[in-house]
Write a protein that binds this ligand. Structure first.
Ligand code: ZN
Length: 472
């Protein structure tokens, strides 16, 4: 008999809010009674969802910057999440957790090399937490192009989840996953989520007030409307923070929905990897490149003005400045390291072991060189690798999401950029931002009049001053 299946995917993520000067998250206003937003959302969402066991009921991914914060601040909750995933794996032989590129990159806007590094670091982060290689990877903002899917497939990733409007065929059947043919000879399986149900759960609080009501009045009618022959799968995807933070107490809705309410109506709880275990994807579909789930103009939101932020003329110069700064940092990195390190980019890819605390930077560098480095050379390599970390972190997509430049996310992006520039200068005496300041001066806050060059140079001075204090 044909069977209906239902899967909820939660994308759990917080941007890196840490201040590179202190390594801590500064006090944030509006997060009362907690010190910062991550802590507030923890108490409203991450902890309660772990407490009611939702991490074995849903499909989920946890961004590395959030995982790191949880590891440091609430390791007991990380243990609970990992145990819940392990129970699913024991029961089914597949995982309900997906990986994510390490930083929240808009992958189509990243260079090929950055795509590789983000995928590799993301996989390492996943393995460090769950103890196995990921089968699925969530793309930040579901931003996609063929090169991003190829980077995933090259690293053994089998599937991802996209919005239905990212399918080339506007009438794409979303009740089963599809194969995307890639130019590297591999396929990527894509689950297109159900836009109606995902939208209702996200934006209509009435839909998620009562789980039985949701099944009866939303899920079943939607399933009957789609009415495809054979088993069918409906996926509802949203930010995980919806459950408890954006919508209070929805962790309870989610818990009962997937542990009673859907089964009572004869619908089976499902995860993408479990579906694929029993229903290998057969048909082929095509995607529209440079699209996402939260910009209705492709991926413009993260590089230029678009209908989602029509006055944000600061975005374009910020993106251009960072692209040029990254190029300049990379040239110095490659030139300085090519005679010391076997493959400087392999060294960068391997840096995840330092981030995850399983290796010291000095040991890592030793592994990547065939010579005995002088203390001066070793210190230069270390600073340049650390600069790479900051220059990657500055591309976290949060910087471009909102309307104005004068917010913590874009300011942090410039802070990470300044830190990267400062580390390169410490290492080599070369300033990678040379000639780029006029570009970033074009990014201006409509609210405060603050300009990008003021912010960048201000941070740069602060880093230089700290360094001088350090040397005293
Ligand atoms: Zn847009």
């Amino acid at each position: 008999m044909d069977q209906s299946h239902f899967c909820v995917h939660g994308h759990f993520y917080q941007p890196p809010r840490v201040d590179p000067f202190t390594g801590l998250i500064p006090k944030e206003y509006g997060a009362d009674p907690y010190g910062n937003w991550t802590e507030k959302i923890y108490h409203e969402c991450y902890q309660p969802n772990a407490t009611v066991g939702n991490f074995q009921k849903i499909s989920f991914n946890i961004g590395a910057t959030l995982f790191e914060w949880l590891d440091q601040n609430h390791p007991e909750t990380v243990r609970a999440i990992v145990e819940q995933e392990a129970m699913v794996f024991q029961r089914t032989g597949v995982s309900n957790a997906m990986a994510q590129p390490y930083f929240h990159f808009i992958m189509p806007l990243a260079s090929a090399r950055d795509k590789t590094t983000m995928v590799r670091w993301g996989i390492r982060d996943y393995v460090a937490h769950f103890g196995r290689h990921p089968q699925g990877m969530w793309l930040p903002e579901t931003a996609v192009d063929m090169a991003s899917l190829e980077a995933l497939a090259d690293h053994g990733i089998a599937f991802t989840i996209l919005a239905p409007w990212q399918a080339k065929d506007p009438a794409q059947d979303t009740t089963k996953p599809w194969r995307i043919k890639l130019s590297n000879g591999k396929d990527m399986v894509v689950f297109f989520y159900n836009a109606f149900l995902s939208g209702e759960i996200s934006f209509n609080p009435g839909a998620s007030e009562n789980a039985d009501g949701f099944v009866h009045d939303w899920l079943i009618p939607q399933s009957q409307t789609l009415n495809r022959p054979g088993d069918q799968l409906i996926v509802a995807a949203s930010d995980g923070e919806l459950y408890g933070h954006h919508q209070p107490f929805r962790e309870k809705f989610l818990s009962y929905l997937l542990d009673g309410a859907v089964e009572k109506q004869g619908i089976q709880r499902q995860y993408p990897a479990l579906w694929l275990r029993d229903h290998p994807a057969e048909g082929y579909a095509e995607i529209i490149e440079n699209t996402s789930w939260s910009c209705h103009h492709g991926i413009e939101r993260w590089r230029d003005v678009c209908g989602d932020a029509p006055t944000a003329i600061w975005k374009k110069p910020l993106r251009q400045f960072q692209d040029r700064l990254a190029d300049s940092i990379d040239t110095i990195y490659e030139t300085r390291l090519k005679n010391l390190i076997r493959d400087p980019w392999a060294l960068r890819d391997d840096y995840a072991v330092v981030l995850l605390g399983s290796d010291k930077i000095d040991t890592l560098i030793q592994r990547h060189t065939s010579q005995s480095l002088t203390p001066g050379q070793a210190s230069m390599v270390k600073l340049l690798v650390e600069a790479q970390f900051e220059r990657l972190r500055m591309f976290s997509s949060d910087a471009w999401f909102f309307f104005d430049l004068d917010r913590i996310e874009p300011l942090n992006a410039l802070k990470y950029a300044a830190h990267a520039a400062n580390l390169v200068e410490q290492a080599t005496g070369q300033d990678p931002s040379d000639g780029l300041i006029s570009l970033i001066s074009e990014a201006r806050s409509e609210l405060s009049g603050l300009t990008g060059d003021m912010v960048f140079l201000g941070y740069l001075k602060k880093f230089e001053k700290l360094l001088r204090l350090d040397q005293v």
